[in-house]
Design a protein around this ligand. Structure first.
Ligand SMILES: [Zn+2]
Length: 431
């Protein structure tokens, strides 16, 4: 078998890997790099050609891969599926994923056939390869550890995952199946490394559930705004359900284009129900109109909005900049159900947003967050469960990937013998 590391092996973002087994080629993920979009925010990305997007390192450079039997998308984060509308069509291959992720692909108007897989199904792709999705938790619903059963052994693609044993939407990870796969024998593990430098195990989303409960018990009587990741359906759903249960005399408004998009996909695929007192508005004109109504009686509404990182066009950023008809006043409460993504641009952007909101009189509650990625000891658990013959770490910069290698060496692996550091656009043959 041969592994082509198209991108995502030097950065967090634009994940794309190609596997070749006895002539059958399969693509795993097709993502964009979100922080690169921020760097080029003076340019309208939607007007750039594919070539320019590759040159700016926003999308993968797959120009040297020409054919594939299938494109497998592990989950619906932009760094895993965000480039499908630009790159998938040349392959004339079906996109295989779980229903929620396929809903998101549909919104991208891809021309490829969409092929739905459920957890536990094993789908034959080529003569020598079949694929299985194993249930795992993450910070977006319907994430899978992908298992490729091939004539040359099993390849496990764990990118991304979290081991949350007390999730608040869906089940705990399917450890039984993972253990079984491990017993059957794994040739190669390709694994993310995003939070490898965090010690211990990643805390459960249940913690955030309890924190939201505490927040809901102590809400003030002025304007209230929550912001979080639009794709974090579990957290948004918990927030809505907790507020709804409290029977607070306020209507809940969810505002922002990506909020609408992800929630629509979640509703369409039957993951959540939206209570009656919740309305969702995605279009700019709709948001302006509803906020004109809200501003006269802010104490009758709770807003859940985009903009937790201070993204330029998001609702909270526009509010802070006075570009929407909602004025922050003394005593208004703003809850960030998110951490700060630690790249310098983002840190600066978030600082600007928070400072502006504070200067306008808001009370800021921030860093209400747990990660969606495995920590160091979760990674050790996965190695022990699967006991793979070879490992290729990915989804990180060189520092993260090296840190993973150190962990694997503690588990008996040796660099360049059975664990390999690969950079983007390299190939590795495994016998
Ligand atoms: Zn992810």
């Amino acid at each position: 078998m041969e592994i082509f590391t198209i991108s995502g092996y030097e950065e967090v973002g634009r994940n794309m890997t190609c596997i070749e087994v006895s002539g059958d080629r399969i693509i795993l993920d097709m993502g964009i790099r979100v922080d690169r979009i921020m760097i080029h925010e003076d340019i309208d990305i939607s007007k750039l050609s594919k070539e320019e997007l590759v040159k700016k390192e926003i999308i993968p450079d797959d120009s040297y891969i020409h054919t594939a039997k299938a494109i497998i998308i592990s989950h619906g984060h932009l760094d895993h599926y965000g480039a499908v509308s630009l790159l998938a069509s040349k392959y004339h291959a079906p996109i295989i994923s779980l229903p929620f992720t396929l809903e998101l692909c549909k919104m991208e108007k891809v021309k490829n056939d969409l092929y739905k897989i459920d957890y536990g199904d094993i789908i034959q792709i080529g003569r020598n390869v079949s694929v299985e999705f194993v249930y795992v938790t993450h910070s977006i619903p319907q994430t899978a550890i992908v298992v490729l059963h091939t004539s040359e052994g099993k390849i496990v693609y764990a990118c991304d995952f979290k081991f949350d044993d007390t999730p608040t939407l869906g089940e705990k990870p399917d450890y039984d199946r993972l253990k079984e796969v491990g017993r059957e024998g794994v040739k190669l593990l390709i694994v993310e490394t995003t939070r490898i430098e965090e010690y211990g195990r990643c805390p459960s989303e249940k913690i955030i559930y309890h924190m939201i409960e505490n927040i809901a018990n102590k809400l003030g009587d002025k304007g209230i705004i929550f912001t979080t990741f639009s794709s974090h359906i579990e957290r948004i759903n918990n927030l809505i359900q907790i507020l709804n249960k409290k029977q607070i005399d306020r209507k809940i408004l969810i505002l922002g284009r990506s909020m609408e998009r992800y929630l629509e996909a979640a509703i369409e695929s039957g993951l959540i129900d939206i209570p009656e007192n919740v309305s969702i508005f995605g279009k700019y004109e709709q948001i302006v109109n509803i906020l004109k109504e809200v501003r006269r009686k802010k104490d009758k509404f709770i807003l859940i909005v985009t903009g937790h990182q201070g993204e330029r066009d998001a609702v909270l950023t526009r509010i802070a900049n006075g570009k929407l008809p909602y004025k922050i006043e003394k005593g208004d409460e703003i809850y960030f159900l998110a951490g700060t993504i630690p790249n310098p641009l983002n840190v600066a952007q978030k600082y600007t947003l928070e400072t502006k909101l504070k200067m306008q009189g808001a009370r800021i509650f921030k860093d209400i967050h747990v990660s969606g990625h495995a920590y160091r000891e979760d990674h050790r658990d996965l190695i022990r469960i699967l006991n793979p013959e070879y490992i290729i770490p990915c989804h990180g910069d060189l520092k993260m990937i090296s840190s993973y290698v150190e962990l694997a060496e503690e588990e008996g692996y040796r660099l360049n013998k059975d664990i390999f550091i690969l950079r983007n656009r390299q190939g590795k043959r495994i016998e």
